[in-house]
Design a protein around this ligand. Structure first.
Ligand code: FEO
Ligand code: CA
Ligand code: CA
Ligand code: CA
Length: 623
């Protein structure tokens, strides 16, 4: 049986899948032994039938690779679009390893990550197929390449250069006559929203004592956004950038007493070794204990208004945000699914109070200011619940140590633990299917589960000492994303069938030909192809033998077929994916390549880069 597709190869009928998930849950609720057994088998993805053909992809699975180069299927090619240090703002110099902090403030930042492409409109107000603005994250630094002196102690100038290489880059792109895209240096749209740029806190936490500092008595004006990992977009044309491991930038003198609240977010005296606090007091936890409360948020940016101040959306909760997957519910409310990437942390859902109005962009621009936050509880039987994180309900009260709603949002992790959410194997990206209510989330790996911690093994986290990761999928009850109930199953359980048997060989849709570990980046294209990017072990040895470098795969969400589409250069992670509206270019992030790519034969310094992938015949990517 084939899944029906329309003339554009878009899947048009998902009832079979949806009904499968819902009926399984009902079976289990009714106590059917068959349903429960099938489900608790756990590792095999239930709705999959990999023997069915897929019509969603026509490229062939490519072999893995350990080369310091990019592999693509026959008939595809790539070009480097932009690399760390390339000039973005007017007057910025070309990349040189000894660029100054001021130079870096006008250049593309380091470690490209999540990104979204927004087409511009032409003078008649129509979508311009050949002009767009790209908003892209610059997650962190690799000191060994970033500084000419490598990892040696930093000067004040080094700290400023580091601050200026973080955050978000907004840059105009244009399609040339030959069909290739290039970025436009010095465009009026171009911005660097780096570690010294101004941001505004909005929502319930803004203006509260939790976020006031000696530099900002208002509790609303923040400088910088850091460790911007994955991303998301809204239908009103804004970019959501996600602050992940913000804790690493803070530090303190030895012997500083850190609160439990800070420790829960990984704040420590040494941080990730940036040691910015030694030159910038705002990063000193002993002096500014509230400064870290101003990070760990989702930030909304209007990429087509270069004068706008980006907004940190506190109603969506504070944690180590991986990405933000928005869908508009049938009642018009904006629903955003979000993962907290840490071993044993959670998956969240935000539901806006107001509704999306396609004709009122100004009103839409305030939709993420107010709403309700939920956290997921996955039951063993394939059902699940969203538990609300609202002050005074579900035990989130003064007796349990919560003072008010702002406290619940600032300490969302503690609130989620209190209400009994399910600890997950490092939730990374979430992706919403473009035409059905299915939602997918990568659970990248968790070496600690069941071995170095006491977290239960089972449900969506079915393996102890999980080095490979899995992809969970859920469906809201009655196709209503605001429902507090859902059904779930596992779309894929990564593994290595060449060297393992049983659960560690992976699910039925994982073979020696398409295997991978540590799924991370995840997005659907408009045709319903599920693109999977990896950030895993690339040793190609032992448990990972035959898996090669990090890679990008493509999955059919209905049949379960997964094919390898791309393999990255040595040492890199593949993260970040965007398509032009016509899907004839895919922009893919090659983060922290480890050798000399793409600069072999030039200065030899590896530079994180965005590549543009094309089909030789100009066709739709993946079709
Ligand atoms: Fe920045 Fe969880 O990846
Ligand atoms: Ca990631
Ligand atoms: Ca990762
Ligand atoms: Ca990364």
């Amino acid at each position: 049986m084939h899944t029906p597709h329309d003339e554009n190869n878009k899947p048009v009928e998902f009832d079979r899948l949806i009904d499968h998930a819902i009926s399984r849950r009902n079976l289990i609720k009714a106590g059917s032994a068959a349903g429960a057994t099938a489900f608790l088998g756990g590792v095999a993805p239930l709705a999959m039938a990999v023997s069915e053909a897929t019509t969603l992809m026509s490229f062939d699975n490519i072999p893995t690779s350990t080369a310091d180069d990019i592999s693509l299927p026959p008939g595809y090619r790539y070009e480097v679009l932009m690399s760390w240090g390339d000039p973005v703002l007017k007057g910025a110099p070309n990349f040189a390893r000894d660029n100054t902090a001021d130079d870096q403030a006008g250049q593309f930042g380091d470690n490209t990550d999540g990104m979204e492409l927004f087409h511009l409109t032409d003078r008649n107000g129509n979508m311009d197929p050949d002009r767009a603005v790209l908003a892209v994250n610059n997650e962190y630094l690799n000191d060994e390449y970033f500084y000419t002196h490598g990892e040696a102690a930093k000067t004040a100038e080094d700290v400023q250069k580091g601050l200026n290489a973080h955050g978000v880059t907004v840059v105009e792109l244009q399609r040339k006559r030959n069909g290739n895209w290039e970025y436009k240096k010095g465009s009026d749209y171009n911005r660097r929203l780096h570690g010294n740029a101004e941001f505004e806190l909005t929502g319930p936490v803004a203006g509260t004592d939790y976020v006031k500092t000696s530099a900002d008595a208002s509790g609303r004006r923040v400088f910088g956004t850091f460790n911007n990992c994955g991303a998301g977009r809204t239908p009103w044309g804004t970019y959501m950038t996600c602050e992940e491991n913000f804790n690493g930038y803070f530090g303190a003198p030895e012997g500083t007493n850190l609160s439990d609240a800070h420790k829960r977010y990984g704040l420590s005296e040494n941080g990730s070794g940036y040691n910015w606090w030694q030159h910038e007091s705002r990063f000193n936890l002993a002096q500014e204990p509230n400064e870290p409360n101003r990070f760990g948020w989702i930030v909304e940016i209007d990429p087509t208004d270069p004068t706008s101040t980006p907004k940190k959306r506190t109603a969506m909760g504070r944690f180590k945000h991986e990405n933000a997957a928005m869908t508009i519910n049938s009642d018009g409310r904006a629903v955003v699914y979000m993962g907290d990437d840490e071993r044993g942390e959670f998956i969240y859902k935000f539901v806006s109070r107001g509704t999306y109005n396609p004709d009122d962009r100004a009103a839409n621009m305030r939709l993420l200011e107010e709403g309700d936050l939920y956290v997921a509880k996955f039951n063993e039987d394939g059902s699940g619940q969203w538990i609300e994180l609202r002050y005074s309900v579900n035990g989130l009260n003064q007796a349990n140590g919560f003072a008010d709603q702002a406290d619940v949002l600032v300490r969302a992790r503690a609130a989620a633990t209190l209400v009994g959410a399910t600890t997950m194997d490092r939730p990374e990206w979430v992706a919403c299917h473009p035409s059905s209510p299915m939602v997918f989330c990568t659970l990248t790996n968790n070496k600690n589960r069941g071995v170095y911690d006491n977290q239960p093994v089972g449900g969506p986290n079915p393996r102890a000492e999980n080095h490979y990761g899995q992809i969970v999928r859920w469906m809201p009850e009655n196709r209503d994303h605001t429902s507090d109930r859902f059904g779930w199953d596992l779309y894929a359980v990564a593994g290595n069938p060449a060297v393992k048997s049983g659960a560690y060989a992976g699910s039925d849709n994982i073979t020696e030909e398409n295997m991978f570990n540590s799924p991370d980046g995840l997005r659907f294209d408009d045709f319903g192809r599920l693109w999977i990017q990896t950030d895993g072990n690339y040793s190609n040895e032992g448990d990972f033998a035959g898996q090669g470098n990090n890679q990008m795969l493509c999955g059919d969400p209905v049949t379960g077929h997964i094919r390898r589409f791309m393999v990255g250069p040595q040492g890199c992670e593949i993260t970040g994916l965007s398509f032009s509206n016509d899907h004839r270019v895919a922009l893919v992030g090659i983060q922290h390549p480890g050798n000399a790519w793409p600069n072999a034969g030039r200065d030899g310094v590896p530079r994180s880069s965005i590549v543009a992938v094309y089909r030789e015949d100009g066709g739709v990517i993946g079709a």
